[in-house]
Each structure stands twice: as C-alpha cells, then as structure tokens.
Design a protein around this ligand. Structure first.
Ligand code: MN
Length: 228
C-alpha cells in the first residue's frame, strides 16, 4: 500500500522466552465474568449470556510502563484480568475446539473511567468512552500456552502500592476461556492477533497519580504499571 499519511507501528506485546513479538489486532473485553464482581457492581450473576466491549489496539501499555492519568475522569478504576491472545481466528468455534485458537496468556488491566461508564449506563449509552480510552489497556508479556499449562484455575490478584486490592481465582470465571471464545466467535469472526480480556474479580477501586499497580496471575506472571 502507498499510504497518504505516515504509517504507524502495529501495536504489539513481548512474548516470554522469544525474540518475536505478538501483534495486537483487536481487544475484546468480557463484562461481569466473576460473580462477586457482578454483585459489587449491583448485578445478579445469574449466568446471563456474556457481553463484550472493545478497546483500541493502541491502548496497550507494556509491563513496566507508565499510564498517564486520563482526562475527563475523577474516578479511574483498576480491573485486573487474565488476557487470552489468539494465534488463529474462526467463527462459530465450538468450545471443545476453542483452545486450538489460543497462542497464550497475559496479565492485563482493564482500566476504567468509572464515572463515565456509570453515566453511560444510566443514559443507556455505549461504554466506549468509559472503557476504550488512550492507554486504557496495560498488558504484560504473552506467555505461550504450553508454558502456562492449565489456565482454568490459579490465583489472580492486584496490589496498589503494596496493598492487596483485588483477589480471585480463575476457577471463579462464570464463562470459561473456551466458552468465551466460542460465544464471541458467534458474534464476530475472531482473527489472529485478537486479545480477549476475560473479566475482573471483586475489589475494583480508584487509583491516583503516583500509584504503583502490580498485578499477578498464577502461571502467567505479572504486570507493573505506574499512574503518572
Ligand atoms: Mn473488565
């Protein structure tokens, strides 16, 4: 392609143990996928079908990076999440074949302008400006699935300035990783390079400039980001 404007780099993530990088195509996120978090947000986790929203691919902030405190909010929240990175795409993928699409996993933060999200909910408007803003998707390196093994259980937690804020276990996911891939692939054709943020456990809360966030998922690793 002969581009009329300067081309940009494809957003990408480091891959643990490899020199190649993982190119990021789209970022899908699951809402309310842990029962205790659904309850803290005022909902009954009755296993309603999963629902999704997106973030721009260039909202990625790498591990060890800084996240500028975003404009237009006074209530920036952390949500620690297991991230699934897809090596292959597909549509209408049965859950029993969904793991064939998975390249690996990462630890991510679904950073949220909660005040804007709450206004949008009240007005029946889209969540985009509450969820899909610049630098809203800090994400650690991708760990190949062979190195992770079983990602259906294991602790997931987030510390802010050394104090534990969120704790959960991957086994508490309402919709498992294969079920989520299967459902989402019935709504859109999944593509290589897609990321899926799988939802956050209870304990979401606000951060301010200077806060140091340290997220962890057993078997997958860590992410550290400072709000500036
Ligand atoms: Mn989330």
């Amino acid at each position: 392609m002969k581009s009329a404007i300067p081309l940009w780099d494809i957003p990408s993530l480091a891959i643990q143990g490899r020199a190649e990088r993982f190119p990021v195509r789209r970022i899908y996120c699951v809402g309310r996928n842990y029962a205790a978090h659904a309850r803290e947000m005022g909902h009954d986790p009755d296993r309603e079908p999963p629902f999704f929203f997106l973030k721009p691919a260039d909202a990625i902030v790498p591990d060890g990076g800084t996240m500028p405190y975003p404009p237009a909010t006074a209530d920036l929240h952390h949500e620690i999440e297991l991230v699934v990175a897809l090596a292959r795409g597909g549509r209408d993928v049965p859950a029993e074949h969904a793991m064939d699409l998975v390249f690996g996993y990462a630890v991510g933060l679904d950073m949220t302008r909660r005040d804007l999200q709450n206004q949008a909910k009240k007005a029946g408007r889209p969540w985009d400006m509450g969820k899909g803003f610049d630098h809203s998707a800090p994400c650690g390196p991708v760990v190949p699935k062979e190195a992770v093994g079983d990602a259906s259980k294991g602790a997931i937690w987030l510390d802010v300035n050394g104090a534990r804020r969120q704790v959960g276990d991957l086994s508490d996911l309402i919709w498992s990783v294969p079920e989520t891939i299967a459902y989402l692939s019935g709504l859109v054709e999944l593509m290589p390079g897609d990321l899926i943020f799988t939802g956050t456990p209870e304990g979401v809360g606000a951060v301010v400039r200077g806060d140091r966030l340290h997220g962890h998922v057993d078997g997958v690793g860590d992410i550290e980001v400072v709000i500036v």
